[in-house]
Design a protein around this ligand. Structure first.
Ligand code: GDP
Ligand code: MN
Length: 376
C-alpha cells in the first residue's frame, strides 16, 4: 500500500525529520489560500501514487499567489502515468543548495534492509544505480541492532555528504530507519533530501510503501488506503479470492495454481507476446469461479486474446468448461479464447466445449503460440 507524499511526510515529521510546511488543496482557490498562508514562494505538487511527477509536469514552483492558482489549475485533473490528480500539496519552497538521495528497502538476496545514500539526488535512483553505481553508499543494518550511529556516519563519509551536514544526515538516516521498521515499510525514500542554503536539511519528497500483509497491525496507516480507478480490477479480483496482478501486455491469462500461471506467463513471453495479467483461480475452482475469473480478465480493455491454461488436479475440466461456456453464452467475448485443458476430467471438459467459439490446443506452448498469434 502506498501513501501520498503529504501523508508520508506527516509520518516522517512525527519521527522528528524536518519537512517544509505545507497544506493539501483540492481546488485552485484552496491552493491560492494555502500559498498566501504559508508564504511565498511555494511549490505545488501533484499527489498521486506514482513517482516521476516532476518530469511529468506535476511539480511547479510558484512565486506569487496567482502563479500558485494557475499551477494548481494546471496540475489538478492532470493524468500522470494513469493516475488522475485530485489533490495538490502546496509547500513552502526550499532554498536548495544540494539534493541528496536517502532510501531504505528490502534486499532479498541479503535478507536484510538496505540503506542507500547518495549525493546524486533528485533524479531517478534507478538511473544512478545503472550508470554510476559507485555513487550510492549502501549499508545493511542488522535487524536486531538497527542502524547504529557509526554505520550511519560511515554512509555519509562514503557518499561524500558535506562535513557540515554529516551529523544531521546521519541522524535523519537513523530516524528514517526507525520509521521503516515501525511502519512495516517495504520501501521508504526521501528523494530529494535538500541541503538548504542556510545549511539545514529537510525532506523535499517522501515515498512510503507499507507491506499489505502488515496492515492488520498498522490500523492508522490502513485508513489511508486508497484504490485508484486503475486498481479497481485488482480489488474486484481480490474480493473474489483470486490472486490477480495487472500487467501491461495483451494476452489475458487464467490458470490454476501460482506455479502454473507463472510458467504460463513465461510461455507467452517465449512465444513473443506479453501477458496482460496474472490470475490464479486456485485449486478446485467451480463453474461460477471460472466464469468470474474470465469476466475479470475480459474487462481489461488491453486484452486482445485470452489463454486459459488448466492442469486439473482437484480442479475438474468439466467445471472449467461449464464456466467458459457460461461466459461465451452470457457476455459473448469480442476477443478469441485459447484453452489448454488437461488432467482431471479434461476429456469431459473438451467434449462440453466441442463446437464452442474457442481454440483448443494440446500443450501449453502450442496454446501460448496460438494466443499470441490471435492477439496480433
Ligand atoms: P517526483 O518527481 O515525483 O519525485 O517529485 P519531487 O518531490 O521529488 O520533485 C521533483 C523535483 O522538483 C525535485 O527534484 C526538485 O528539483 C524540485 N522541487 C521539489 N520541491 C522543491 C522546492 O521546494 N523548491 C525548489 N526550488 N524545487 C523543488
Ligand atoms: Mn522525488
Amino acid at each position: 500500500m502506498k501513501l501520498h507524499e503529504f501523508q508520508a511526510k506527516q509520518v516522517l515529521a512525527r519521527a522528528g525529520i524536518s519537512i517544509p510546511e505545507g497544506r493539501v488543496a483540492t481546488t485552485p482557490a484552496e491552493a491560492e489560500a494555502a500559498a498566501t498562508a504559508l508564504g511565498l514562494p511555494v511549490v505545488v505538487k501533484a499527489q498521486v501514487h506514482v513517482g516521476g511527477r516532476g518530469k511529468a509536469g506535476g511539480v511547479k514552483l510558484a512565486k506569487t499567489a496567482a502563479e500558485a492558482t494557475s499551477a494548481a489549475q494546471a496540475i489538478l485533473g492532470m493524468d500522470i502515468k494513469g493516475f488522475t490528480v485530485r489533490r495538490v500539496y502546496v509547500e513552502r519552497a526550499a532554498k536548495i543548495a544540494k539534493e541528496l538521495y536517502l532510501g531504505i528497502t528490502i534486499d532479498r538476496d541479503r535478507r536484510r534492509a538496505v540503506v542507500m545514500l547518495s549525493t546524486v539526488g533528485g533524479m531517478d535512483i534507478e538511473d544512478v544505480a545503472a550508470t554510476q553505481p559507485e555513487k550510492i553508499a549502501r549499508g545493511w543494518p542488522d535487524a536486531l541492532l538497527g542502524l547504529q550511529g557509526y554505520a550511519a556516519r560511515g554512509l555519509c563519509f562514503t557518499a561524500g555528504v558535506p562535513e557540515a551536514q554529516r551529523d544531521a544526515v546521519a541522524a535523519i538516516a537513523r530516524q528514517l530507519y526507525g520509521v521503516f521498521r515501525a511502519t512495516d515499510a517495504m520501501t521508504i525514500e526521501i528523494n530529494p533530501l535538500f541541503i538548504q542554503e542556510d545549511g539545514s536539511v529537510v525532506a523535499g519528497d517522501a515515498k512510503l510503501e507499507v507491506d499489505d500483509n502488515a496492515l492488520y497491525r498498522q490500523p492508522e496507516l490502513a485508513k489511508l488506503k486508497e484504490t485508484q480507478p486503475n486498481e479497481e480490477q485488482e480489488e474486484r479480483a481480490k474480493a473474489l479470492g483470486f490472486s490477480y496482478v495487472q500487467l501491461d501486455g495483451e494476452v489475458g491469462i487464467i490458470g490454476n495454481g501460482a506455479g502454473l500461471v507463472m510458467s504460463t506467463l513465461d510461455a507467452v513471453k517465449n512465444a513473443g507476446g506479453h501477458a496482460a495479467n496474472f490470475l490464479d483461480v486456485g485449486g478446485g475452482a467451480k463453474e461460477s469461479v471460472v466464469k468470474a475469473a474470465l469476466e475479470i480478465v475480459l474487462a481489461n480493455p488491453k486484452v486482445k486474446s485470452v489463454f486459459i491454461n488448466i492442469f486439473g488436479g482437484i480442479t475438474r475440466g468439466d467445471e472449467v468448461a461449464k464456466g467458459i461456456l457460461a461466459v461465451l453464452h452470457d457476455t459473448k467475448p469480442k476477443v478469441p479464447l485459447v484453452i489448454r485443458l488437461s488432467g482431471t476430467e479434461a476429456e469431459a471438459g473438451r467434449a462440453l466445449l466441442e463446437g464452442a467459439r474457442l481454440v483448443s490446443r494440446a500443450t501449453m506452448d502450442e496454446a501460448a503460440t496460438e494466443a499470441v498469434r490471435l492477439a496480433r
